[in-house]
Design a binder for this molecule. Structure first.
Ligand SMILES: [Zn+2]
Length: 111
């Protein structure tokens, strides 16, 4: 009776450290998903999310600004009290916004 020789264990020295496939850590994906959600909520609340330059109408001078609270406001360029006039530039397409006062199309700089 001949038993097959037991496999010799490979030398444990020099164990190869396998490279992990490079992938986005799951925590980060989760975080980005949350961030997108928070941004959407912030937008709904009128908070400026900082993903484009503030707009200024070249025709009537209406401009956007962000308050210390992070809220998006608009007022005429020559406004003294810088009070929010309640108007909001309305997105026309990905990069253009229509002035709510005179309708001029303003190109936004997407950041
Ligand atoms: Zn205008």
């Amino acid at each position: 009776m001949t038993h097959p020789a037991p496999h010799r264990q490979a030398k444990s020295r020099g164990v190869s450290v396998r490279h992990q496939p490079r992938s986005v850590p799951r925590g980060l994906v989760e975080l980005l998903r949350k961030l997108a959600k928070v941004k959407a909520q912030a937008r709904a609340l009128g908070i400026f999310t900082d993903d484009r330059e503030l707009l200024e109408c070249p025709n009537c001078g209406l401009l956007e600004d962000v308050t210390a609270e992070g809220l998006l406001v608009t007022y005429p360029k020559d406004s003294v009290d810088l009070k929010d006039c309640g108007l909001r530039f309305c997105p026309v397409d990905d990069t253009r916004f229509a002035c709510p006062k005179c309708g001029t199309s303003v190109k936004a700089v997407i950041l």
